[in-house]
Design a protein around this ligand. Sequence first.
Ligand code: MTE
Ligand code: MOS
Length: 770
Amino acid sequence: MKLVGKAIPHESAPLHVTGQALYTDDLLPRYPNALHAWPVQAPHAHARVLRMETEPALAVPGVVRVLTARDVPGLNDSGLKGDEPLFPEEVMYFGQAVAWVLAESEEAARLGAERVEVAYEPLPAILSVEEAIRQGSFQGATLEVRRGDVEAGLRASARVLEGRLELGGQEHFYLETQASIALLDESGQVFVHSSTQHPSETQEIVAQVLGLPRNRVTVQCIRMGGGFGGKEVQANPYAAVAALGAYLTGRPVRVRLNRLQDIVLTGKRHPFYARYKVGFSEDGLLNALHIELFSDGGWSQDLSEPVMARALCHVDNAYYIPNLRAVGRVCKTHKTSQTAFRGFGGPQGMVFIEEILDRVARSLGLPPEVVRERNFYRREGSRNITPYGQEVKDVERIQLIWEELKRSALFEERRLEVAEFNQKNPHRKRGIAITPVKFGISFNFTAYNQAGALVLVYQDGSVQVNHGGTEMGQGLHTKIQQIAAEALGVPLDAIRVMPTRTDKVPNTSATAASTGADLNGAAVKLACEKIKVRLAGVAAQRFGVNPADVVFENGQVWSLWKPEERLSFAEVVRAAYAQRVQLFADGFYRTPGLHWDKARMWGKPFHYFAFGAAVSEVEVDGFTGQYTLRRVDILHDVGDSLSPLVDLGQVEGGFIQGLGWLTLEDLRWDEKGQVATRSASTYKLPSFSELPEVFNVWLLPRATEPGVVYGSKAVGEPPLMLAISVREALKDAVAAFGGGGIVELASPATPEAVYWAIEKVRQRALVTGD
Ligand code: MTE
Ligand code: MOS
């Protein structure tokens, strides 16, 4: 009975559904004398702080202290690139916190913050990508992926198309907003509870702000109510404020943003803008692509550069592009600092190439799925090499998944049904599309691809597992529990996965890039195996056999020679203790074979690729642009699933989150640079009503990935990009309102955007008589 690969519920599922699972802010009652923090927020997108008067706030009953730049003992910066002052002199976006008020209650802190008097000198603000490009307002380096000769390729192409597309941002809308509680102990050590995907970096930032060595700062994350990339770096400033408050007052300090503050203060998915020129043959084979990507990075660098790098490494998606020049620039604007968000730029890169292929197909009058398939890697001359020099391992899976999915989703039959429906219905049209996903797994930055674990076995045979990964709902701890139980040969309930703490495993990477299970799982497995080897020695002595012949399974230990003679795991552990054998071990893993030349954008940045494909079918109303998602079929490759229920949830959840980004979630900013969509009432999130009527998800069978823990593959982000099929299906339906040709659909494809796309198609049909 294998525990890895077993379909079990999330390890905290009962706690989640009964409301008993604790999140950072739920710990507050444990600290009755905690102070509450409230930000003083600037009412300008760009301004200089001329003066600040904090005295009036102190007159509010309950206000204890106002934190300003003068209070920072270390460095007044909550980032690692020196461009994120915690208490700024220059306001860089609307609502930025310029000071924080600490008080006995949240209400007192809020009233205090209202009384802080700040004089600003407003400065001109850059509020759009176009404006940033016009003014040359950029941050970080210009990144470029280049292969072949694009100019010559374009000249040699039978056809050339030019176009542009803008993609909106996306609010993370994790259910748990940014939260932190910091404590100071009697010896001057700082302990920070933080809802962070990257406890080690949170520790680093807290230490930096307080001017302390890192060994005096401990950060713990019990679990997050969602991170989605939004807590990869952006938990840090709030942890730093809490820690600074605790450090200065000696009292516990709690920072917890309310929803409004969270939306106004924190960064989002990067909006992107692309312009391109593509050359192709009469058969729709891509020959050359020149594409320029611009992202709206907001006010600070944050993760914008690596996000752009991942976008550039995914504009190929599953397709071979012989001549490519992809250039990326991050615009600096006076907006929230855009940051990691599930897919990390990959989704943006992929939407662009899918858009381009759709246009190529429609300009030739070919079905888009035919043009897509023709361009897959493996086509003649590709040698399966990506534009950044990495071979696409298991490239045949792209075609395999494509064909399997088309078969199981009845794609060809439904194509005909859709055409028939559209024949009969002048005012309602259906559309269907299939799109592939190829997503690179590993951090582009090679050094991040390492992980550690510390496994402790107690004398009763029970086990604690510590590792560097954080749990944000994605099921990492469930997978770790399965891995540890499998590796030690004990039942699942013998394993306790501990909250993530920087004093158990140091210098960890963010739980991000979907690598949580790959990296930490491998480290945990190695630690468990060390312990098992020692225990096997002890048991072998008892059985009088070779250690290699000792079996550990489900809490029992026996030898191949005499399977009926059995010891319990606890008995072996006790015997080991008596013989003074070490019952705990560390594990350390680093992904082998990676190298990346950042300047040339060349190398092998990814350990492997995750593959998948989705078929979506929609029905659109020609009068309103409103639509329904009739059916979705997904075939996704997770290798040998570590935990099939968890993986299914990740595929479904990722898809729906992608659907939200591409069809519903419409972030608006007003002319002052203020986020206008600041709550769930104005920012439409996907919910039950947007679920497809039929939703089939299959995991690719027989998909063992050698060289990854138990043959599995990462699953956290790749499925988000399966939702591109919905956007493409909408275009397919829109096209049916006209007489063929290119469809121009804005993103997000809200009903309004779909309506305008239909109008354009209809107008063209009128003019050309098509
Ligand atoms: N799933 C849930 N339920 N909540 C989350 O916050 N984050 C996603 C993904 N799935 C997220 C999630 C993101 S952005 C990443 S990178 C991965 O989970 C991180 O976890 P993993 O590496 O363990 O897959
Ligand atoms: Mo995920 S965007 O890598 O946290």
